[in-house]
Design a protein around this ligand. Structure first.
Ligand SMILES: [Zn+2]
Length: 267
């Protein structure tokens, strides 16, 4: 008699091509859902009618002509290609980040399924990827890192490490505190010395969550990778408007994912 774990391993080994194709398909479908969550982000963050209501109503529609999408206009990636990237009725271009999120989600779901072997690890990896995609795009687009995503991500990291032991629980708890405190002190240092607010409270909570997932040892790496990619991008991007806030949460998410994948890939 095979346990579910053994059945899963058998499926992964014997039908590997089919298995990874299914992971990619699931990633694209989840990516389409993440895109919807992101586009409703600012409304969700200050929702008074309840998150479930906000997520299910109104139905997916074109943001230009407000027409409700039919089922065939809602298929991840396929619809975007069928419609050639434009709304079927008003011809308004569909924003490029929507298929972008679906492609990135499909790829990352496959990468996670390739790296990990136990079902629980794969599931946790998918959860982390989904939350980091939401947070990075939301910070990039709206300069928002809502508590409703950063805080659950933090305690999910602690629960996941309790269940799997892939990071010692003490390292994860210290990681959560160290992640928050390091950016919090940086924020006050900047504020007192330069009279400038360089970071937001969402950034502290996001780094706390990454500390809970990856342990305190990962915090310096995450900070270095996030700062370097952020500076590199800001320099090449030449943001004309210096008064615009800097979406540091997007770079933190990227760095966290990078450390997560390479830590597990090499270990
Ligand atoms: Zn339209």
């Amino acid at each position: 008699m095979n346990t579910p774990q053994q059945l899963f391993m058998m499926m992964r080994e014997e039908y590997s091509l089919l298995f990874f194709a299914q992971c990619m398909l699931l990633g694209a479908i989840i990516g389409s859902f993440l895109g919807m969550v992101i586009s409703r982000g600012p409304g969700l963050a200050q929702s008074e009618t309840g998150v479930i209501y906000q997520l299910s109503f109104p139905a997916s529609h074109c943001h230009h002509c407000q027409r409700t999408l039919r089922w065939w206009e809602n298929i991840p990636l396929v619809s975007w290609f069928l419609l050639r990237g434009r709304c079927h009725s008003c011809g308004e271009p569909i924003p490029g980040w929507i298929p972008g999120v679906e492609i990135i989600s499909a790829l990352l779901f496959t990468v996670i399924a390739l790296i990990f072997h136990r079902p629980l690890d794969i599931f946790a990896g998918w959860l982390l990827v989904s939350f980091l995609i939401i947070l990075s795009v939301m910070d990039w687009k709206y300069f928002l890192l809502p508590d409703m995503f950063t805080l659950p991500l933090l305690w999910m990291g602690l629960l996941f490490n309790t269940a799997t032991g892939s990071v010692a629980l003490s390292d994860a708890i210290i990681g959560a505190a160290a992640g928050y405190l390091s950016l919090w002190s940086l924020y006050w240092l900047f504020r007192l010395l330069m009279k400038k607010e360089a970071l937001g409270y969402g950034d502290f909570k996001l780094l706390a969550a990454l500390g809970a997932w990856l342990g305190w040892q990962a915090i310096p790496y995450i900070c270095i990778i996030a700062s370097c990619t952020g500076l590199l991008f800001a320099a090449s991007y030449q943001r004309r408007d210096n008064t615009q806030p800097f979406p540091f949460g997007s770079y933190l998410s990227f760095a966290g994912l990078w450390v997560f994948i390479f830590y597990h890939y090499s270990g």
